[in-house]
Design a protein around this ligand. Structure first.
Ligand code: G4P
Length: 545
């Protein structure tokens, strides 16, 4: 048991929402499960590496990349990653800091490859937003921020690369406030930038403050006011203006408010340099002190409190063929309650089938290890042969169904042409596998035999063709289809849905779960159908249940 006092309010009050029945700490209050959101090149990889380094999880800087390189060489489809210099796979890294267990979920950063990223964000309790000090809020950051806002995920901001010429810190704070409608509360402040960079000062209002220039150059000052009033510093051409900026920030910005942060209204801001390991410890400390421990998980018939004794969890990602030699398939399961123990039997609520989980895994910075015990907030990898799909809920006995894990309507629909008809069976299996992983969505038209595949971003199409070839030996060509968009259709009155389905056979397909999907050639056709069938619901997202 952790006897360390919680530095921030624990989520105990949240745990009691379920009729006050569950306020047992199974260890989950020591978990912080988070992701990093950023625009490519802002420094996410460097920061991840430095977080692991600072916490002692890796010894030598450079290992995150090394690991990436090694993994890439194992599988052909990851060539695309290498060529484009982007990261496609999303994984999890668990490490410890200050007595807490931190689970960092990696989100692919490329604008094109968004569905996986969105889903990852449904499995975290908070996020770190990394911004390049010279570029400010960029397109992909804004997009990912909007996803976080849908669930009011609390965000800590890391303004990176302050060792390079960047914008004025006040201007950056102003941009965060106006572009994202967030209150800001700086936790550190830079003294100079670029060649003038003299370090960051911690804005600790009661107690000594530290000025850190790099891993070696660190000095302590008795208090923030002493630092600000230091005449020698104020006379300095670099420190002087920086201290003035800091004074303006102190006067004009509200003090940090934990509740406001937890509600997603305020972001603490850390100025730093991942490369120079400046601000990284401040970030780790902010995660430990501010970020919430696991929150109740939205589910039907009611939310799941993390302190509920029964084990529950959901599949946020399935990754097949991590090692092509073994054809393994790993479902990444976020635990939402209870104390999971190796060997436990869990029920897949979707299929009603029980499975004994004999080899669950934890993922660390460099290795995987057998997970003997895990609690809410932890991510365990469960090897399986296709029994687990993205969005599946696992429970010991009850019939909770986790909600809020979206499947997005595809923005690009292609017809799959198979030149070698002898491979029809392999194609069906491969498409099914890849759809289960969430790489593509697969639709079977009611009329006609060619498969249709739908994706949210064009890069997914390249990944699909490449993986079909390298992992399943199936060569396909993707052709333009007549359809432009897709909507899941449903109606309260089954007769109404039936009428719609019968009248639109040529534009209908079934998804993997046999749910009817309306395919429209253009937006006009879609609105025409909507107007003619006002009682039919056309959905852009399908809750995976
Ligand atoms: P990403 O994962 O967000 O795409 O970014 P990544 O960490 O790969 O960083 C992108 C580039 O920015 C890298 O340079 C990296 O070294 C640099 N960088 C990251 N943090 C800082 C920082 O605090 N200060 C400065 N000055 N640069 C930083 P690169 O030239 O593309 O790669 P590399 O050859 O340095 O590895």
């Amino acid at each position: 048991m952790d006897t360390r006092p919680e530095t921030a309010a624990p989520s105990g009050e949240m745990d009691r929402i379920d009729d006050g029945l569950f306020d047992i700490d199974s260890g989950h209050t020591r978990r912080r499960t988070f992701a990093i959101i950023s625009h490519p090149d802002a420094g996410k990889t460097t920061l991840t590496e430095k977080l692991l380094f600072e916490s002692g999880a890796i010894r030598l800087a450079g290992q995150v990349k090394e690991r990436g390189e090694r993994r890439r060489t194992r599988s052909d489809w990851m060539d695309i990653e290498q060529k484009r210099g982007i990261s496609i796979t999303s994984s999890v890294m668990t490490f410890e800091y200050d007595g807490l267990v931190l689970n960092l979920l990696d989100t692919p950063g490329h604008a094109d490859f968004s569905e996986d990223t969105y889903r990852t964000l449904t499995a975290v309790d908070s996020a770190i937003m990394v911004i390049d000090a010279a570029k400010g809020i960029e397109a992909q950051t804004r997009k990912l921020f909007e996803v976080c806002r849908l669930r009011d995920i609390p965000i800590i901001t890391f303004v990176n690369k302050i060792d390079r010429e960047g914008r004025d810190p006040l201007e950056i704070l102003d941009e965060i406030m106006s572009a994202l409608a967030l209150d800001v509360a700086p936790v550190t402040w830079p003294m100079g930038m670029g060649t003038d960079f003299r370090g960051i000062v911690t804005l600790n209002e009661d107690g000594p403050v530290t000025l850190t220039r790099n891993t070696k150059a660190r000095s302590e000052h008795p208090g923030l006011q002493d630092f600000i009033d230091d005449e020698k510093l104020r006379a300095d051409p670099v420190f002087g203006p920086s201290i003035e900026g800091l004074e303006i920030a102190r006067m004009s910005l509200p003090a940090f408010d934990l509740d406001s942060y937890r509600e997603g209204h305020m972001t603490p801001v850390i100025f730093g340099s991942a490369m120079r390991e400046v601000g990284v410890r401040d970030l780790l400390e902010a995660i430990c002190r501010f970020a919430p421990s696991p929150l109740p998980q939205p589910a039907l018939p009611k939310p799941i409190p993390p302190a509920m004794p029964e084990v529950t969890g959901f599949v946020l990602k399935v990754q097949a063929n991590m090692d092509p030699n073994h054809r393994d398939r790993i479902a990444f399961v976020r635990l939402t309650s209870g104390v999971f123990k190796r060997g436990m039997k869990l029920r897949n609520v979707r299929t009603g089938k029980d499975m004994k989980v004999t080899s669950p895994m934890f993922f660390f910075a460099r290795d995987r290890a057998i997970a003997d015990e895990a609690v809410a907030g932890d991510i365990v990898g469960i090897p399986n042969h296709g029994t687990l799909s993205v969005g599946d809920t696992l429970t010991e006995t009850s019939n909770y169904t986790v909600t809020g894990i979206p499947s997005f309507a595809p923005e690009l629909i292609r017809r799959v042409r198979l030149p070698d008809s002898m491979k029809t069976k392999q194609l069906a299996k491969a498409l099914n596998d890849l759809a289960e992983e969430g790489v593509v969505q697969v639709f079977r038209p009611v009329i006609g035999s060619a498969w249709l595949v739908g994706v949210v971003g064009a890069l997914q199409l390249e990944v699909l063709v490449s993986r079909l070839q390298s992992e399943y030996g199936v060569e396909v060509a993707l052709e333009m289809s007549a359809f432009d968009t897709a909507r899941w259709v449903d109606a309260d009155d089954p007769a109404e849905l039936d009428r719609f389905v019968k009248a639109n056979q040529g534009d209908l397909a079934k998804d993997r779960g046999d749910r009817p999907v309306f395919l429209a050639r253009n937006s006009w056709e879609l609105s025409y159908a909507q107007k003619n069938y006002p009682n039919v619901v056309f959905s852009t997202t399908k809750e995976r249940a």
